[in-house]
Design a binder for this molecule. Structure first.
Ligand SMILES: Nc1ncnc2c1ncn2[C@@H]1O[C@H](COP(=O)(O)OP(=O)(O)OP(=O)(O)O)[C@@H](O)[C@H]1O
Ligand SMILES: [Mg+2]
Length: 349
């Protein structure tokens, strides 16, 4: 196990930076999750830590060791790639055992380890097969198994569950969390999946266009996003953004107004509120909107209303008998609102 530290790491391809000025230090044994839109640099960060890319500038430490010049195979990290490259000529069992064999671990230990990992990942019945005889999701689990079996100092997992069906994904996610709680290997995990990010992470790193936007616990990122990008990236459905004019005592939304005062200068803002913080058909409504979409999900319904031309998503109990086109009263939880600068996206409040 080891700490992982990036100190102002930049990686450029030709002239443009895939990642820029990335700094963070992961304490020994923590589970960190990298999230951000496609192309924001997540894989590049993992590949740089693994030693498969070299940083254009900046320093990288694993434990106390500066590893900038250390080749990948000497870094003692195990990486599961986004496109899980398995050894095609080796069986599933041999693939999982590969890292252990390289370290000349005793064969009875290897066998026990392979069986245990295969059991966790539900691939015990596939051990004799070759990768080409597996589905995409099965291959992905073998790749994960190969990394887990090795017990390296650092795990780098690049969307390791993306090809699994929903049920297997939930199960494997729980196994991964348990495994991490047992062995506590420092882990950096890339995902697009909100639930994975929120449930697995000690700390989430939100990236956009190669730069870090925010680092924090899942709850901090959710409750106190630093800007509009972070605010709208985590949360499903995402936070609503409504253009408002703040007069000092009112938020004007088109022809409607919500009375409320904040310690910010009057002006144009984007008003941010999460779907779960809007009540529909409430007493003392703040404003009215027209129901435009109803999506029943069983436990709740997702409803979209049009408020002065702006689409606003909210969650309602399923028993509310709404119909398309209904004009409904809305009430915002004013303790849970955000204001963003419409130009820079910075959070003002
Ligand atoms: N070898 C390369 N040569 C040139 N540009 C590259 C190379 N590898 C990555 N890039 C660019 O660097 C940026 C970051 O790529 P990266 O693969 O790290 O994104 P990502 O966050 O992992 O995206 P995704 O979620 O789609 O996997 C992208 O704009 C990509 O096109
Ligand atoms: Mg990637």
């Amino acid at each position: 196990m080891a700490t992982v530290e990036l100190d102002r790491v930049t990686r450029k391809f030709s002239k443009s930076a895939a990642i820029e000025d990335i700094s963070f230090k992961i304490p020994d044994g923590e589970f960190w999750v990298l999230v951000g839109p496609s192309g924001c640099g997540k894989s590049t960060i993992l590949r740089t830590i693994a030693g498969l890319e070299s940083a254009t500038s900046g320093d990288l430490y694993i434990g106390d060791r500066l590893v900038n010049q250390i080749p990948a195979r000497q870094r003692d990290v195990a990486m599961v790639f986004q496109n899980y490259a398995l050894y095609p000529h080796l069986s599933v069992a041999e693939n999982i055992a590969f890292g252990l064999k390289m370290r000349q671990v005793e064969s009875s230990t290897i066998q026990a380890q392979v069986e245990k990992v295969a059991r966790i990942l539900e691939i015990s019945h596939l051990l004799e097969r070759k990768p080409r005889q597996l589905s995409g999701g099965q291959q992905q689990r073998v790749a994960l198994g190969r990394a887990i079996a090795r017990q390296p100092q650092v795990f780098l997992l690049d969307e390791p569950l993306s090809n699994l069906d929903a049920q297997l994904r939930d199960g494997t996610r729980t196994e991964l969390k348990q495994l991490h709680q047992q062995v506590g290997i420092t882990t950096i995990y890339v995902t697009h999946d909100q639930v994975e990010a929120m449930t697995l992470a000690d700390q989430i790193v939100v990236l956009d266009r190669g730069k870090i936007q925010q680092i924090g616990t899942p709850q901090q990122i959710y409750d106190r996003p630093v800007n509009r990008m972070v605010a709208t990236f985590l949360g499903s459905p995402p936070m609503n953004l409504i253009p408002v004019t703040f007069t000092g005592v009112q938020f004007r939304i088109g022809d409607q107004a919500i009375t409320g005062s904040l310690n910010v200068a009057p002006g144009q803002y984007e008003f941010g509120i999460r779907p779960e913080h809007i009540e529909i058909e409430a007493a003392n409504p703040h404003c009215f909107g027209l129901v435009s979409v109803i999506e029943p999900l069983g436990r709740e319904s997702l409803v979209r209303v049009i408020l002065e031309g702006c689409a606003v998503n909210l969650q309602t109990p399923p028993e509310l008998n709404l119909k398309l086109g209904d004009r409904v009263p809305l009430r915002f939880d004013l303790d849970r609102i955000f204001l963003f600068d419409p130009t820079s996206g910075a959070r003002i409040f």
